[in-house]
Design a protein around this ligand. Structure first.
Ligand SMILES: [Mg+2]
Length: 283
């Protein structure tokens, strides 16, 4: 039973929950602004989209007059940064937009991490939602993998001196990104392209539905004190389920009542038309 009185924080999906494309959903945004200003709830903002820096999301959220600080933005770029630090990697071949690369270079400067292609030194290939992706970037990922990870054979006569296998991770699994003109390619498609080429597969895929993205929130709150709010069952509900926290399903985005009726998994903790209605449903 969903109990609003127990809640201290909400982890909010953005598109379909607080925004429809570039436009704020007025009643949902007003609820967030009022609850932030009164200190009633803490809010965190969740996105799998790693084509943008957290600062760009701050701008979007602040643009809707919602008070926001960097610690409230949760993107798999944070998980990637933690992963690189935990593993102690110093040389990463990062496939990312120039902006995201500059962001991560700055974040990881204290750890002496470089993010350029270097077949002898690279310890990790990290794939993000690179909207500036080129054939060369993809070819380098496969070449690096071939030279370091597969046994030498006729397909790859050139081997690096460094024989330590290179690790490979991706920031999120989304097959497509929604756009005004329907689905466009996202990391999931890039992963399939690489796998089809030489069989390379990531050791980790961060982002929704992996619960690692919620680690900063669960370090502060008990699972029963928070809920994930979102419009997609297979990503937003999945991350809530994987982290064992409540899921508030909003009908302001992708999911319809028909989808919910057909959904084979457990039902959401509550279903509301727009996020602000959580108030009346919780009573
Ligand atoms: Mg959404």
């Amino acid at each position: 039973m969903f109990d609003l009185k127990k809640k201290k924080g909400f982890v909010c999906d953005l598109d379909g929950t607080l925004f429809m494309g570039p436009n704020p959903i007025p009643s949902a945004v007003k609820f967030v602004i009022d609850s932030t200003n009164s200190g009633r709830f803490r809010f965190f903002y969740l996105t799998n989209n790693t084509s943008k820096c957290p600062s760009e999301y701050m701008k979007k959220i602040a643009g809707a007059s919602i008070p926001v600080v960097p610690e409230q933005i949760l993107t798999p770029l944070i998980t990637l940064e933690s992963y690189i630090r935990e593993k102690g990697y110093r040389s990463v071949y990062l496939i990312a937009t120039e902006k995201v690369k500059a962001h991560l270079a700055e974040r990881l400067a204290d750890a002496g991490v470089t993010l350029d292609y270097d077949p002898e030194r690279n310890e990790l290939i990290a794939l993000t939602y690179d909207k500036e992706l080129t054939y060369d970037k993809l070819a380098r990922a496969t070449e690096l993998w071939n030279m370091r990870n597969e046994p030498p054979g006729p397909m790859c006569p050139i081997r690096t001196k460094n024989r330590t296998p290179v690790d490979f991770v991706a920031t999120h699994p989304d097959n497509c990104c929604p756009s005004e003109c329907g689905p466009i390619p996202d990391v999931g498609g890039m992963l399939k392209l690489l796998e089809t080429t030489n069989g390379m597969k990531p050791s980790h895929v961060f982002g929704k539905p992996s619960p690692t993205l919620l680690s900063p929130v669960l370090a502060e709150f008990a699972p029963e004190e928070i809920a994930v709010v979102g419009d997609r069952l297979y990503t937003d509900k999945a991350i809530a389920d994987n982290a064992h926290v409540d899921f508030v399903c909003v009908l302001s985005g992708e999911t319809t009542r028909e989808d919910l009726a057909r959904y084979p998994g457990s039902p959401p903790s509550i279903v509301v038309e727009t996020f602000d209605k959580v108030e009346s449903s919780g009573k």
